[in-house]
Design a protein. Structure first.
Length: 115
C-alpha cells in the first residue's frame, strides 16, 4: 500500500482546507484509515479515523470542525478542515492498517494556520 498526502498550505484563522491522500497498491487489504498530525515540537497525535464499516472517530479538539471521508471510486482519503485555528498548525499524515497486520504512512503535508 502506498499513500500520498497533499493539500496542505497556509491559511488564515477561520479558513478551510481539504487534505487528500491518494491510495495505491493492495487497496483491498486496507481495513481502516486515519489522519494524524504532528505539531511543531510535539508528538504525533490522532486527528480522525475511519474504519471499514464507515464509523468515524475524532480528537476532541477537532470535533465539529473536521470531517474524514473516503472516495472508493477515486481511491482517495480526505480530511475537510473548517474553522481552522493556529493550534491546528502541524504536519498532517494519512495512515492505513491492513487486514494482514500492515501499517502504512504517507509522507506528510504541512498545514500552517496564521494571519
Amino acid at each position: 500500500v502506498q499513500l500520498q498526502a497533499s493539500g496542505g498550505g497556509l491559511v488564515q484563522p477561520g479558513g478551510s482546507l481539504r487534505l487528500s491522500c491518494a491510495i495505491s497498491g493492495r487497496i483491498w487489504r486496507i481495513n481502516d484509515m486515519a489522519w494524524y498530525r504532528q505539531p511543531p515540537g510535539r508528538q504525533r497525535e490522532l486527528v480522525a479515523g475511519l474504519n471499514s464499516v464507515g464509523s468515524t472517530n475524532y480528537a476532541d479538539s477537532v470535533k465539529g470542525r473536521f470531517t474524514i471521508s473516503r472516495d472508493y471510486a477515486k481511491n482517495t482519503l480526505y480530511l475537510q478542515m473548517n474553522s481552522l485555528k493556529p493550534e491546528d498548525t502541524a504536519v498532517y499524515y494519512c495512515s492505513a492498517n491492513t487486514t494482514v497486520g500492515g501499517n502504512y504512512w504517507g509522507q506528510g503535508t504541512l498545514v500552517t494556520v496564521s494571519s
